[in-house]
Design a protein around this ligand. Structure first.
Ligand code: COA
Length: 175
């Protein structure tokens, strides 16, 4: 198995058109359908990074600011931001395009976490991720604090052990 992989190797672009069966009664894309597409696109990016079976461990809070309309073309771009031991964070950006009207808007951003597992569902080690561009480096650096926040919220990490979070909220001993 490769010990290191570049962030760009995981880039996954998925395109869907919003059809009547994807919409609510206002003719807008249903949130659940979008989350399904996000999960698939992000899982493919995670698989590209580790070449293993992956399972979704968490999806950070997703807010729906703008409705996506029937007939829009939805593009999901997913990329692994950082890998840890068996888990990796994936950043997903969603854009919606009304092609006949020549309008394209960024509608959603989200972070999902996937865990690479063996055939018995046990977590296994994955390659380290190497960022190259300034954007990839920024996402890589922020991933540690986002991981600590989600693990504290999931009660998998004690708040006092979340060193990166303490530094943002000035909770260290210096006050
Ligand atoms: C995710 C899963 C494999 C973790 O297994 P586990 O026995 O708890 O394993 P561990 O405690 O060793 O954790 C393994 C990794 O998962 C990460 N993890 C576990 N729960 C997490 C959560 N809620 N959010 C983010 N990461 C999480 C851990 O931080 C750890 O990461 P690391 O190895 O990079 O340090 C297991 O909980 C699982 O199979 N869940 C169901 C997955 C699934 O079915 N997804 C589809 C949802 S319907």
């Amino acid at each position: 198995m490769a010990k290191q992989k570049f962030a760009k190797e995981s880039v996954t672009i998925m395109t869907e058109m919003v059809l009547p069966n994807d919409t609510n009664t206002l003719n807008n894309l249903m949130g659940g359908r979008l989350m399904h597409w996000m999960d698939i696109s992000a899982a493919i990016a995670a698989q590209k990074h580790c070449n293993r079976i992956v399972v979704t461990a968490s999806a950070d809070s997703i807010s729906f600011k703008q409705p996506i309309n029937l007939g829009n073309v939805v593009t999901l771009r997913s990329q692994v931001t950082r890998s840890f031991n068996s888990s990796m964070e994936v950043f997903i950006e969603v854009t919606a395009e009304d092609i006949p009207a020549r309008k394209k808007i960024m509608t959603h951003r989200a972070f999902f976490t996937f865990v690479a597992v063996d055939l018995n569902g046990r977590p296994i080690e994955i390659p380290e991720l190497v960022p190259e561009t300034p954007e990839e480096t920024e996402l890589f650096e922020g991933a540690l604090r986002r991981r600590q926040l989600r693990l504290v919220l999931a009660k998998r990490m004690k708040p006092e052990d979340a060193v990166e979070l303490k530094s943002i909220f000035n909770l260290d001993d210096k006050g």
